[in-house]
Design a protein. Sequence first.
Length: 323
Amino acid sequence: MGPKSRRIKKLPISSFTPDTNVHSSAAQSLPSSDSKSISRHGRVRSANRPVVSRKITQSTITHFHTLLKKQSSLKQSLASTIENQRNDERVQAIQTELDSVEREMTALGGLNAYQIASTLGQSKERGGDSSKVLVRWLDELGIKQEMVAQSSKLRMLEIGALMPDNYASCSKWIDNHPIDLHSQHPDILEQDFLQRPLPAREQDAFDVVSCSLVLNFVSSPADRGKMLSLIHKQLKDLPNSFLFLVLPLPCLANSRYLSLSTFQDLMRIIGFTLEREQWKPGGKVGYWLWRKSAGELEGRDRWVRKTVVKDGPKMNNFAVVLP
């Protein structure tokens, strides 16, 4: 029998820091002042981007996301229990479970390390950059050609940006403004979108808002509804104003409270009509392009509370309610 294969030790995501030095033997011949390394394909790669397997980063992101949701749920239960003056044993039990979850989050490296893993997963080298879908759709709709012909630029707000250069190749016709709640880069404005001031003038509004894998991280259904409503208000009142929305497909395809069709009804009430979509049955992620329209009052009452659309043992509780 041959030698046993060595098992790879699993590391916390705090190990995936942007300062990790990853060099091939070829890269060691570079001068020490050079901050780049050579990939196995011969391409120059920045040394501050560690090579971590897609499987590791995706499992890390998924697990930390689960812990974030559990933390939010426990905090809500704790606040409700204290407010209703229930017994101290129940309060202590919830607090103990919350402490356990937060210790596990710390062991994984905390929120900053989670975002680093997310950045790795989103990198263009991994094909995780959703910007190429939006750019293709804007090209198909003739928006790119129109901007180039007019020597003008689309004003875009990118919510939850993990990397500042997602649209760098389109800088001749897209003026991107990236923001994130916990910015990992000086070129990304650290800002809570829910607290962002509304445009004071039309020229301060945006032609496009990108919200890629952000809505699913908002902790409550009410805040998700608030976020979509605020995005509508951040967009210009023009025919070619768009929301680019990316969600894990199960949020809509496997939810007790939403479906692909009912979500379209909800968006129409907020003030969005579906322009483009890209997803496949059983897929992990869905992409949607929504054109800004006038909101509708009729049917709004249905969305002020959660309503079960379908139910089953393996369905999730993703929901959106309107403020």
